[in-house]
Design a protein around this ligand. Sequence first.
Ligand SMILES: NC(=O)c1ccc[n+]([C@@H]2O[C@H](COP(=O)([O-])OP(=O)(O)OC[C@H]3O[C@@H](n4cnc5c(N)ncnc54)[C@H](OP(=O)(O)O)[C@@H]3O)[C@@H](O)[C@H]2O)c1
Length: 311
Amino acid sequence: MALTTTPFGTRATAAEVLDGVDLTGHRMIVTGGASGLGAETVRALAGAGAQVTVATRNPADAEPLIKEFPGTRAVALDLADPASIRAFCDDWSGPLDALVANAGVMMLPTRQVNTQGWEMQLAVNYLGHFALANGLRTALAAAERPRVVVVSSGAQLRAGFDFEDPQFERRPYNPFAAYAQSKTADVLLAVGISRRWAEHGIAANACAPGFIHTKLQRHLDEATMQAFGAMDAQGNLVTPDYYKTPVQGAATTVLLAASPLVEGVSGSYFEDNQESEVVDGGPEVMAGVAKWSVDPVASDRLWEYALPAVR
Ligand SMILES: NC(=O)c1ccc[n+]([C@@H]2O[C@H](COP(=O)([O-])OP(=O)(O)OC[C@H]3O[C@@H](n4cnc5c(N)ncnc54)[C@H](OP(=O)(O)O)[C@@H]3O)[C@@H](O)[C@H]2O)c1
């Protein structure tokens, strides 16, 4: 089937993607919405008229956004904590037009676990969003054309989901492999929702924002930043040409959350505002979505693996 294309290029901003789109009356949630790409996602959606709930560990962090957009509110959510996720879902009432699963952590230097014993990058980036989406499914189903967007990463090209040892209990912990696996799991989550909840009219897609300086890189040491081409030998941040600004980095997310251009598209992966080709993943591949990230069998297996953890 032909890939979905849009007129928006790599440098389009989130506001440009939503130019002319009226989201008045639409209720949306953005996790990790108080900083970085999440904050720009909130700005674009709220700027187009949506009532946005900023789901954030520390609601005070969202105060500037709430001042800017009085229709916006902040609610506490810690994706590493099942009780916090349950409380968030219990607090929600009424239809939900879009859930944007944007929050994430990258490359925690040592293996950490959440209260359920899940490796922390997998717990926050994937499992927390899996639980949240399941807790909000009825609210999504009550909306007219509900959408779920899972913010993944080009890192999904680097590692499939390791069903033999997903929690790094037997293999040595590797911060990047754990991040990459969690981002593959994010795409598999969108594929799983798309397969299972289509009967409720819920569409789900994943995306990669590109490379953007944000506080996501806070756990990286100088040597890693330099290896990524994001820091010079003196420790100054470097911005390579292919880097985006945060407003550009949020563009593909808002396209999937709210643009009529992708109405009816589900189970796909987008980057630079276009649907991506399915490719073989590997260490050198720079674009596309890996076969292992959209594999329906892996998606079903991961869903079954995660389900007991959220019951
Ligand atoms: N920046 C890039 O180059 C890039 C590239 C590819 C993919 N991405 C993806 O883009 C998304 C947004 O990242 P970003 O670059 O905007 O970085 P960011 O500014 O660090 O945003 C990440 C957000 O996730 C939140 N978060 C972390 N742990 C959480 C938890 N346990 N519960 C709830 N929220 C939690 C953070 O909240 P706190 O403020 O409380 O920590 C923060 O608001 C992530 O999923 C990331 O993987 C980014």
